[in-house]
Ligand binder design. Structure first.
Ligand SMILES: NC(=O)c1ccc[n+]([C@@H]2O[C@H](COP(=O)([O-])OP(=O)(O)OC[C@H]3O[C@@H](n4cnc5c(N)ncnc54)[C@H](OP(=O)(O)O)[C@@H]3O)[C@@H](O)[C@H]2O)c1
Length: 347
């Protein structure tokens, strides 16, 4: 029998999407305490852009070539020694930060979350980074209370949509900044849209917001802090605007450090930076608990994550270009079983 082929998406050099290459790689073998999965889905997300551009602190010590892929839903096809509680054929998920844009990969069994039978792999993959981030921002970091007024920046984005959907389920009062073309989507998700190109979000709510979630970092988070009411909380979690403006990592780390100094300003406002990796390292049980809860909500269709497109290996570089251009309304998910776009086209 011929060995199955393993393909991976590699960053060959730090830089633009043209530095990505799809290459053949050896088939990995599950070591002790590991499983091997056949990858069913691995989302492509803005954070991959940061990693590719060498602007992501957690991967700053890596040197190319390395394989991209922040999250994975896969089917176990090999068990290493000492693995209990999983079987060949189980569908499992993990947040790996890198390495999952592949046909096969190995995973540590003690980090896996079981994916309930019947869930769509691409939809399940969207929950691992973006929706778990949103859930933890709302319920672990900010601990938002029913009736509080919440502003979400980048509301049409992957984390933004999840913040609105989960915030609506929890009964929060929501506002979301997005380009005007996405106003209907923001309303559908249960929030009041704010056109970030034309409206000043600091003036929308006299008195200010209880909580602001900011993954963009426009103006080094200053206006988000200004939009808070007395005693309000800014939860920053990303710096897409800094990436777009080609700032250096050092500058963005300074923005984050400065957040913690603002608590000394008058107004009793607070600001903090949330990181899913730091939270997982401190509270490993939360990650699995929260992801399982989200899988449960998906199984009952209480949440409906949007998959903009399922893509093949050959479309990953283009997916990075689309993410950087903006305007997407859902996630792009690599499904390694999908034939290349060229082969999917009708003759
Ligand atoms: N700390 C953590 O643990 C964590 C976890 C997940 C993600 N993140 C970070 O959070 C950020 C958002 O992630 P995501 O996956 O949701 O990204 P995304 O899907 O690209 O969504 C970002 C949204 O922000 C909007 N946007 C981009 N630049 C903007 C600007 N300058 N002003 C106003 N809106 C702007 C985009 O709108 P348009 O389409 O209109 O451009 C888009 O809807 C990224 O920087 C990501 O790396 C952090």
């Amino acid at each position: 029998m011929t060995e199955p082929r393993n393909r991976v998406v590699q960053v060959m050099r730090f830089g633009g999407p043209e530095e990505l290459e799809v290459v053949d790689a050896p088939l990995p073998t599950a070591g002790r305490g590991e499983v091997r999965v056949r990858v069913l889905a691995s989302a492509v997300q803005y954070t991959d852009v940061l990693i590719r551009r060498h602007l992501y602190p957690q991967t700053s010590l890596r040197r190319p070539p390395f394989v991209l892929g922040y999250d994975v839903v896969g089917e176990i096809d090999q068990l290493g020694d000492g693995v209990h509680g999983f079987q060949v054929g189980d569908h499992v998920a993990d947040m790996t930060v890198v390495g999952s844009n592949a046909t096969y990969r190995t995973l540590r069994a003690d980090r896996l979350t079981l994916v309930p039978a019947g869930l769509d792999a691409a939809e399940a993959a969207t929950l691992i980074l973006s929706w778990t981030t949103a859930y933890q921002l709302l319920h672990r970091a900010a601990r938002v209370q029913r009736g509080q007024r919440v502003l979400v920046h980048g509301a049409a984005g992957a984390v933004g949509q999840a913040l609105l959907a989960l915030g609506k389920l929890a009964g929060f009062d929501l506002w979301g900044t997005a380009r005007s073309e996405h106003a209907a989507l923001i309303r559908q998700l249960g929030a009041t849209p704010i056109d970030y190109r034309r409206e000043d979000f600091t003036r929308v709510l006299p008195g200010g917001f209880d909580v602001v979630f900011d993954g963009i970092g426009e103006d080094g988070y200053r206006r988000s802090f200004a939009a808070l009411k007395r005693g309000g909380l800014l939860c920053a979690y990303g710096y897409s605007a800094g990436v777009q403006a080609q700032r250096r990592m050092r500058t963005m780390l300074m923005w984050i450090a400065r957040l913690y100094l603002w608590r000394w300003l008058p107004g009793s406002k607070r600001a903090r930076f949330y990181s899913i990796n730091v939270t997982r390292a401190r509270h490993p049980a939360w990650f699995r608990e929260d992801l399982e809860r989200l899988f449960g909500l998906l199984a009952t269709r209480a949440i409906r994550p949007r998959v903009a497109e399922r893509i093949s290996f050959d479309e990953v570089a283009e997916a990075h270009r689309r993410l950087e251009a903006g305007g997407l309304e859902g996630k792009l998910v690599l499904c390694p079983d999908l034939p290349s776009r060229h082969d999917r086209m009708p003759p």
